[in-house]
Design a protein around this ligand. Structure first.
Ligand SMILES: Cc1cc2nc3c(=O)[nH]c(=O)nc-3n(C[C@H](O)[C@H](O)[C@H](O)COP(=O)(O)O)c2cc1C
Length: 199
């Protein structure tokens, strides 16, 4: 029997995780809006979660195609997302495989929906991680302190990419005075399989 069917509360925990991620996408002030994203080389960085679906099959992040993490993901697709809600004391660990798309319908739609100000970082003359002669951004002077026009922002399209994560494992942990509660969900051929785990 599928443990999620056996223990309705496991089902509720999975739904709780989905609701938290959905809220994180919709509300830029949500505590899980910008989780830690860890690549297979062990490097970690904050990224804004742009989309999350109920099956955790297409978590979306935006990035600059020149950033080192893109090459890392191309070499090894494993990716982990770590988010924490301190008020609820809930930690989510989501692990799976990622792909980077700089062209195609998903990247095109994400770019089309991005505001000129959001697009501005992709106008940088040097990619993330490049060495600069002086402190500050690598943005061209004309947009450094200005919101680019929509037409100006189009020049950033070539640097824009989406990172799509298909989750294979979800770990839900809530700390509490009673010792806490933890559940782990693994993607199986017939859906998500959940189990209670010692915190
Ligand atoms: C609040 C916050 C939000 C960020 N959001 C993103 C993001 O959505 N995408 C991104 O590529 N980098 C984002 N960054 C920058 C990354 O943390 C990181 O510095 C940059 O992407 C270079 O990463 P890399 O060297 O690992 O490729 C954000 C940083 C902060 C502090």
């Amino acid at each position: 029997m599928n443990p999620i069917d056996q223990y309705p509360q496991l089902d509720a925990l999975f739904a709780d995780a989905i609701a938290r991620l959905d809220h994180a996408v919709r509300d830029r002030n949500a505590v899980m809006h910008a989780p830690v994203v860890v690549t297979a080389d062990g490097d970690a960085r904050i990224m804004v979660l742009r989309a999350a679906d109920a099956d955790l099959a297409a978590l979306r992040f935006h990035t600059d195609g020149r950033s080192p993490k893109v090459a890392t993901i191309a070499a090894d697709a494993r990716l982990t997302v770590l988010a924490y809600d301190p008020a609820a004391r809930v930690q989510l660990r989501i692990a799976g495989t990622a792909r980077v798309e700089s062209a195609g319908p998903v990247a095109d739609a994400a770019w089309a929906a991005a505001s000129p100000l959001s697009r501005r970082c992709y106008l940088a003359e040097a990619g993330p991680g490049a060495v600069l002669d002086t402190a500050g951004s690598a943005l061209p002077p004309d947009v450094r302190n200005h919101r680019p026009t929509l037409a100006q922002s189009e020049a950033g399209r070539g640097h824009f990419a989406v990172i799509m994560l298909r989750a294979e494992r979800l770990d839900w942990l809530q700390l509490g005075r009673d010792g806490g509660t933890r559940a782990q969900f693994v993607r199986a051929t017939d859906g998500w399989q959940g189990a209670w785990i010692a915190p």
